[in-house]
Design a protein around this ligand. Structure first.
Ligand SMILES: Nc1ncnc2c1ncn2[C@@H]1O[C@H](COP(=O)(O)OP(=O)(O)OP(=O)(O)O)[C@@H](O)[C@H]1O
Ligand SMILES: [Mg+2]
Length: 315
């Protein structure tokens, strides 16, 4: 029996209207958003630009109020304030004073969040180590790369050891190494038992680290669930890449099996049902074709995401 983990974040039927200016018609940007995030998971809140991710996060942070509906964190309505010390937040475009060092800025935030003078220095060192910035702790932030700055932002969000961490686009603008570093930091948060909600449109990162996701398009949730549930085809179809396949044999397998076939220059890629893999390989190998690779096809999150966006456009 699987025991459902406690709900840490709950967003229920949240509607948000903005008035662009006095007398102008209001614009609805969230149309009844509902989702929940469970204890100890990394939750990906995924959607294209302008979908409503940051607006939802601002409501959770208590920075703006929902027009309708409600949201709670750790069982407290987000309009209350006492639970706030349990949450950390990395905003979408964090700004840092360029003439301060990472150690100074973290020390400053530690003071603000009430870390005692005796604990502060150790806490700052610990965080610098966690985000792998120990070597640059005393360099001014203006000398930092974007990836390093983003890690300062994450460290700042963690200064008071929050139970729940919100990250708005933590990997945006980072190169593959910077993204990997942030992913590792996020994974270390889960290992510590924290709950993480991250907004992003970088699906590869979501596939790599998130336990569950919600896809939001034009202010409405289109899908919500565990990452595995977005990939219903896993293992059921297989991609085979072949070289030196004669046109006659290609025709033959096309006739005998239910498969898709694409030319890849000199090579041919075949997507075939898993049950037919053995027979297809036997046939092509006997006919002298070379097998380059055989891989199970994953119905990737990208396909689900693009379908959701298209459905959203026509909705
Ligand atoms: N203060 C505001 N006044 C009016 N409209 C707003 C306001 N803030 C956001 N919007 C609109 O709400 C919609 C959702 O914006 P939001 O910033 O939540 O999107 P997002 O999913 O975070 O996008 P991105 O991936 O670009 O960060 C957009 O159409 C935006 O123009
Ligand atoms: Mg945003």
């Amino acid at each position: 029996m699987t025991v459902e983990k406690a709900e840490i974040i709950r967003v229920q039927n949240v509607v948000k209207d903005f008035r662009p200016g006095f007398g102008l018609v209001r614009k609805r940007v969230l149309h009844g958003v509902t989702f929940e995030v469970h204890d100890g998971e990394i939750f990906g809140f995924v959607g294209p630009n302008g979908a409503g991710k940051t607006t939802t996060l601002k409501i959770l942070m208590g920075l703006i109020r929902p027009t309708e509906g409600s949201a709670s964190i750790l069982g407290c309505d987000v309009e209350e304030s006492e639970f706030r010390r349990q949450i950390g937040f990395l905003p979408e475009n964090p700004y840092f004073y360029p003439f301060l060092t990472a150690r100074e800025i973290l020390d400053f935030h530690a003071r603000l969040s009430g870390v005692s003078a005796s604990d502060r220095s150790a806490r700052v060192d610990e965080l610098l180590g966690q985000v792998h910035l120990g070597h640059a702790a005393d360099a001014r932030l203006r000398t930092y790369s974007k990836g390093m700055l983003q890690r300062v932002g994450v460290a700042q969000a963690l200064i008071h050891d929050p139970k729940v961490v919100f990250l708005d686009e933590p990997m945006s603008g980072l190169d593959p190494i910077g993204r990997k570093e942030i992913r590792d930091v996020i994974l270390s948060l889960r290992a510590e038992g924290k709950t993480v909600l991250m907004n992003t449109h970088l699906l590869h990162d979501v596939e790599m680290i998130c336990d569950r996701v919600a896809i939001i398009v034009k202010g409405a949730i289109r899908h919500q669930g565990r990452i595995e549930d977005f990939m219903p085809d896993t293992g059921r179809r297989t991609d085979i890449v072949l070289a030196q396949l004669s046109p006659e044999i290609a025709d033959q397998i096309h006739e005998r099996f239910d498969l898709e076939m694409h030319g890849l220059g000199e090579r041919i890629e075949i997507r075939v049902a898993e049950k037919d893999v053995h027979n297809v390989l036997g046939l092509v190998m006997t006919a002298g074709a070379q097998v380059v690779s055989v891989m199970p096809h994953r119905n990737s999150l990208e396909e689900v995401f693009l379908d959701a966006v298209r459905a959203g456009e026509t909705a």
